[in-house]
Design a protein around this ligand. Structure first.
Ligand code: NCD
Length: 306
C-alpha cells in the first residue's frame, strides 16, 4: 500500500480497506503468527485530549505486533505546555519513532502534522472533525457481524453535530451500495451541512432525519448510539438540556429487529442502559475488540512490514 498517512476515512479506497479487514481477520485467527512482525518498530502516541480505548488499543496493538511504544496522554507533561508548536513536536517525534498516532482538540491538526512528519501519521481524532480509526473498527464490526457492508439501514443516534466518529462513519458508508441512513438527533445536534450536502445528497443516498428513536428503531439493521459530546458545547445549559435526549433500554430493544446490532464507539454515559449489555444484539464491546485488531492491521500496512 502506497498510502503513508491515515487522516481522513476517505484516504483509503474501498479495495484498500478490504485488504486491511482481510489482514485483521488473519490476525484474529492466528495472532501468534504476527507477534514479532513489528520487532524494532516504535509507535508514538501523542494524546492532547483524553482517551482510554483509542490510546490503549493502539499501544496494545503495537505491543502485540512485537514493537515498542512511547508517548504522552497528558499534554501538560510534554513541551506543548512550554509553547512548542505542533509542527516542531512532530518533527522531533518523527526522528525518534516509526509511526505516530495522535489525538488533538483542533480540527485539521492531524493534517498539519502529516506535512511535518517523516513517518506515517494516524489521526486518532481531531476535535469534532474526524476519527478514521474508529471508523475502521466500526466497518470491521459491521462487515463481520452483518455479513458485509452493503445494503444496510444504518440509524445513527445522539450527537451528530459534534460526534467525529459519526462524521467519519457516514463518509465511509456512503461508498457501500444500498446504504440508507436514518439520522436521529435533537434539532440542535443534527449533522453538519457539509456531511449532508457533500456526502449524503451528492451520492444520492437515501436518508431521513428524525428526532424520536422509537419512531424508527424497527427499521434499522444497525443502531449506532453516541454520547452527547459535552466537551464541545459552548454553553453548559444547552448541554444539560440535551444530555438525556436518548436512552436505549430493553423496552426499546423489544421493538427492534431480531438481528439488528447496537454499536457505540464508547465511552457511554447513560445513552445505553446497562441492561442492554446482556442483549445478544449489543455489539459495542466486540467493536472495541475489533478496534485493536484493525489497528494492528493498519500499522502493519502503513509500516510496510507485510
Ligand atoms: C470517541 C471519540 O473520542 O470521539 N471515542 C473513541 O475514540 N472510541 C467517542 C466519544 O468520545 O464519544
Amino acid at each position: 500500500m502506497e498510502k503513508k498517512h491515515l487522516i481522513d476515512p476517505m484516504d483509503f479506497s474501498v479495495k484498500e480497506l478490504d485488504e486491511i479487514f482481510e489482514l485483521a481477520h488473519q490476525i484474529i485467527e492466528d495472532p501468534k503468527k504476527f507477534s514479532k512482525i513489528c520487532d524494532g518498530k516504535i509507535l508514538a502516541t501523542l494524546f492532547y485530549e483524553p482517551s482510554t480505548r483509542t490510546r490503549f488499543s493502539f499501544e496494545a496493538a503495537m505491543m502485540r505486533l512485537g514493537g515498542k511504544i512511547l508517548g504522552f496522554s497528558e499534554p501538560n507533561s510534554s513541551s506543548a505546555s512550554k509553547g512548542e508548536t505542533l509542527a516542531d513536536t512532530i518533527k522531533m517525534v518523527s526522528i525518534y519513532t516509526d509511526i505516530i498516532a495522535m489525538r488533538h482538540p483542533k480540527e485539521g491538526s492531524a493534517r498539519v502534522a502529516s506535512i511535518y512528519s517523516n513517518v506515517p501519521i494516524i489521526n486518532a481524532g481531531d476535535g469534532g472533525h474526524q476519527h478514521p480509526t474508529q471508523t475502521l473498527a466500526d466497518l470491521l464490526t459491521i462487515e463481520s457481524l452483518k455479513m458485509g457492508l452493503k445494503g444496510h439501514t444504518v440509524g445513527i443516534c445522539g450527537d451528530l453535530r459534534y460526534g467525529r466518529t459519526v462524521h467519519s462513519l457516514i463518509k465511509a458508508m456512503t461508498r457501500y451500495e444500498d446504504t440508507k441512513f436514518i439520522l436521529i438527533s435533537p434539532k440542535e445536534l443534527k449533522i453538519p451541512d457539509y456531511i449532508r450536502e457533500e456526502f449524503i445528497k451528492k451520492n444520492n443516498i437515501e436518508f431521513k432525519e428524525v428526532e424520536r428513536l422509537e419512531e424508527v428503531i424497527a427499521e434499522l439493521d444497525i443502531l449506532y448510539m453516541t454520547r452527547i459530546q459535552k466537551e464541545r458545547f459552548f454553553n453548559e445549559e444547552e448541554y444539560l438540556r440535551l444530555k438525556d435526549s436518548y436512552i436505549l433500554d430493553e423496552e426499546k430493544m423489544k421493538i427492534a429487529k431480531e438481528d439488528m446490532i447496537v454499536m457505540h464507539p464508547l465511552p457511554r454515559v447513560n445513552e445505553i442502559s446497562m441492561e442492554v449489555d446482556n442483549d445478544r444484539r449489543a455489539a459495542y464491546f466486540k467493536e472495541a475488540e475489533y478496534g485493536m485488531y484493525v489497528r494492528m492491521a493498519l500499522m502493519c500496512k502503513l509500516l510496510e512490514v507485510i
